[in-house]
Each structure stands twice: as C-alpha cells, then as structure tokens.
Design a protein around this ligand. Sequence first.
Ligand code: DGT
Ligand code: CA
Ligand code: CA
Ligand code: ZN
Length: 576
Amino acid sequence: MTIPNTEIRDMFDQVADLLELKGENPFRVRAYREAARVISGFSEQVEKLVKGGGDLTAYRGIGKDLAGKIQEIVETGSLKQLEELKAQIPESLLELLQIPELGPKKIAALHKELGVKTLADLKQAVEAGRVSTLKGFGKKSEQKILESIGRTKKAGGKRMLISDVEPYATALEQYLKDQPGVKQVAVAGSYRRGKETIGDLDILATCGEGDEEQVMDAFVRFEDARDTIAHGKTKSSVRLRSGLQVDLRIVPEESYGAALHYFTGSKAHNIAVRKLGIDRKYKINEYGVHDGENRIAGRTEEDVYAAVGLAFIEPELRENMGEIEAAQENRQPGLITLNEIRGDLHAHTSRTDGRNTLLEMAEAARDLGYEYLAITDHSQKVAMAGGMTEKDLREHMQRIDAVNEQVEGITLLKGIECDILAEGTLDLPDTVLKDLDLVICSVHYYQRLSREDQIKRVLRAMDSPYCQILGHPTARLINTREPIDIDLEKIIEAARERGVVLELNAQPDRLDLPHNYCKMAAELGVKIALNTDSHSIEGLKRMKGGVTEARRGWLTKADVINTRPLGDMLAMLRKR
Ligand code: DGT
Ligand code: CA
Ligand code: CA
Ligand code: ZN
C-alpha cells in the first residue's frame, strides 16, 4: 500500500478544518495547515522517507508531534485524531464547507449562534435574513451564500441513489467483462455494500499480462463517459454524463481478493480488520496480507479474512457495527434474501394514487411468485391522492373480494394506509378498521412538528389497537426531505410493548426504517414488514432494494413477517 503525499496533506487539512469548526486554539489550527502545506511541497514520497528512517523534524514546519502523526498515517493508513474529530462533529456540518463563502470559523459561528446544522438549515436562515445579523456577514454575503447553495445541488454535489446508479454499474461491469483479456470484474465500494446513496463507483478487474493498456483504453471509451479524469495503466477514472465518477483499477490476480476487500470498505471496517492484522504482526493492504516479506493471503477475500481468524463477512455488514466481533464468535446473522419474501404488505391501486388496477396488481404479484398482496390505498385525509372515506373503503373492500374470487394463485388482503392526523388520531373510524385484514398507519402531513409533539402524536396512533404496522416511520425522502424529528428508540420500544410491526419501506428514496434502526428493532424482538409501497406493477419489483437495506440492518428471515406463509404472517399481527 502506498499513501500518496496528497492524501496525507488532505488528512491534515481536514484536521485543521475540524479543529476550527470546534473553535479550537488558532495556533493549533495553523500548525496543521502549515504541515499540510509543507507536505504538498515535498518532492519525494513522504512514505518512503519515513520508511527509510528519514528525520521529518528536519523539515521546517514539522515538529515532533506532527512527525509522529505522519508516521501513524504511513503505518496504519489512518489518523486516530482525525477519526475522533469526525465522530464529534455532525457530518452535515462538513457539507457546509462546500460553500466557498464559508470557512470553518464562519460555520462555527452559524452553528453556535443560529443552530445551523445542515445546508437546508442554512438556506432557511439566509432566507429569513438571520445570517446578516451575525458579525462578519452582510446582506451581500447572504446573497452569495444563497447562490452557492443552489450551485452545490446543481453541480451534482448530491450523492446518487443506489437505484439510479445500478444501471450504470451493471452496464459497465458487462462492458468490461466483454473486453478481450479481461478475467474478473467487480464493482466494489459503497455500491457493493448496498449503501442508500453512492459517491462514486470503484471497479476492480484482473486481466492477462500485457492486456492492461487495451482494457484501460476501452474503459475510457465507454459510450456513456463524458470526461476522462485520469488514464493510467492500472488506474483510470471517468465521469459519466450523469455526473457519476467511475474509477477502474486493474490489479494482479494474486491480489484480487485483498484489493476487493480494501476497495469495498467501509474504511472503518478496513481499519478494524487491519488492526487484527497488526495484533498478529501482519501488514494488510490492497495487495495482500503480509507476514514480513511473505504474502500469506490475497487471492480471495475469504483468504484475507481467514488470515486474521475471521469467517467471511457479507459486504452489507461491513460498517464496523459489530460484524468483526460477530465473525470472531461465529454468530453472524443469516441475512434475509429476496427469494424468502412471500408477499408484499403495502401497495396502492388506481383507486387512489396508483397507476394499475386491483386485477393488474394481483396478477403482477402472483407472477412474482407471491402468495399474498395487501392492498393499502390511502385514507380520506390524503385528498390529493384520492384518499377514501369509510363508504369508499367499504366499496373497495367488495371489489377486492371480487378480484379474489376471480384470480387464482394469490390472495389479496384488504388493507388501508391510514393517515395519522395531527393530534395522533386515525383518519378512519374503528368501525371500518376492524373489518380489514391489515392496517398500516403512516405520517404524511405535519412533518415539522416539534420533537415532543411528533412523538406524542405517533405514540398516540400506536396506542390504537388497530395500528398494526407503522408505515415509513421517519417519513424521510433521501436527498429531498429530512426525517421527521422523532426519537426512534422510543418508537421501537413502544412497538415492542404494543406488538406493532415496523415497516421497512423499500422505495428507493425512502428505505425507511433506516438500517441501523432495523438492527436495533430486531435486537429488541420487534418485527419488520418489508414492503414496496408500490404505486404500479413495476413498483412491486423494488423489493430487492429493500432487501439490501434489510441486510444492512442485519435482518434475517425470522425478523421479517412477510417471509411467512399467509396464516403465520397474519398471526404475527397485533390482535385487536
Ligand atoms: P462513496 O464512494 O462515498 O459512496 O463511499 P465508498 O465507501 O465507496 O468510498 P470511496 O469511493 O472513497 O473508497 C472506496 C473504498 O476504498 C472505501 O470504502 C474504503 C477504501 N478506502 C478509501 N480510502 C481509504 C483510506 O484512507 N483508508 C482505508 N483503510 N480504506 C480506504
Ligand atoms: Ca465509492
Ligand atoms: Ca472511489
Ligand atoms: Zn403508501
């Protein structure tokens, strides 16, 4: 593994940024800036210098303390101080550094004086004219900040949804596999871990000796590539027309497993694995696991894990959220798979805001091999989606009965997605809810209530014996809308007490309940319903993305109610 000077420089710059955001002593901040500057002026590789036993303190601007930190970076690939700082400061605050008008000092002031935590907060504060009331900001700078916020979004500053990235990843993988000389191809990085959003694609390949150049040439000629950012023999990068950056690395076959492991990440997982190596006096990098001069593993990921006493760890678990300990103790979860899903419990039809009829939805679900599909159209409050009154719903229930008579091989369940009103009451009377097979309760309006009012409202809804599933619990829309301000730990606890099932909504921009809370819920014995919330027959196929999020949340078949046959599934719903 080599660490380029630029990477060391960036780490020190980040430390300086973060210290400044924390309002630390300006002299300390300046020392790190100076170190970054000195390193970027080096003409030789810092790593080589350190490994060759060179004395860094001989350089101006580098004292004993910094020399020690450089050594740490060269030896471990990371800097503990930086990781600790990152953990202390909300990630959203770092986004603000994208605004050219704002340095860390100004961001710290915005945070302290106005409570600004995100770009969205900043926009609000500017629009309300609050920013110009602060020292160091004027009306003019307010205007500039507003323009910059607009640009960060448009310039593709946003991470792409994994569902939007998937077609590119699949096409590129196939395209590379089709090139002469290519042996193995894998898309690594956050994509392989199944993260909700993707920063860039990291592709690895192996090929015959001497074929590297033509493979790289083919890569930069990929028809959807807009710009070539770098074009080398072992590493190239392109930007696609969508703005997505793609890196391709060609690695030796004996290093393929080590490289796949390294570039799959996450970084936190890699650091933890490397630590296990250090305990055994091994050095682990993207070329292999080394015992002194000997490479003892690297061809496959399994070998890499085995070298440090671990069973293979599924990519979706690699977030350093306990997977290392689980693999050491051989208590890894048997992660849920798509083919274990027996039905879908949240679907809309053309009666409200869906595109397809009951019959079309039923046949499509049957063709997916499902045993059941719950029809859960909207209740009256959601008027713009054609939400139903009690009378409407009773008519709809009759139509569902009729389709059940007509279609073989699938059972439609009579359900509703009942809106949770502002005060936490349900949008339809108990008299009709009691006649349904299944009731999902969801928040659609009043998303900006205070934390206190929001939790009170949702808990009240959950108190109703008819609330069997809590739909999309945070109401977040990834990249578009923040989650409602609510204490999810309390919601999970309440679900446990009342026997309410929590939904993991599989819509690509929802993925709600988020994976870390899925894990928490399952640990407390709260069951999950994995639903597409589809509004069309195509939407029913979105289950796969939900399964990925479920896997990231450590869920097994046993945690998810719609892996069960119909009777068993219904028996797991709250009695009323
Ligand atoms: P992204 O692209 O932001 O969605 O997230 P990733 O996880 O794909 O991150 P990326 O593309 O920056 O790097 C790919 C993988 O390479 C990352 O998951 C772990 C590994 N990696 C990158 N930088 C470092 C590093 O400084 N130290 C270690 N240990 N691993 C790193
Ligand atoms: Ca990436
Ligand atoms: Ca990358
Ligand atoms: Zn819905």
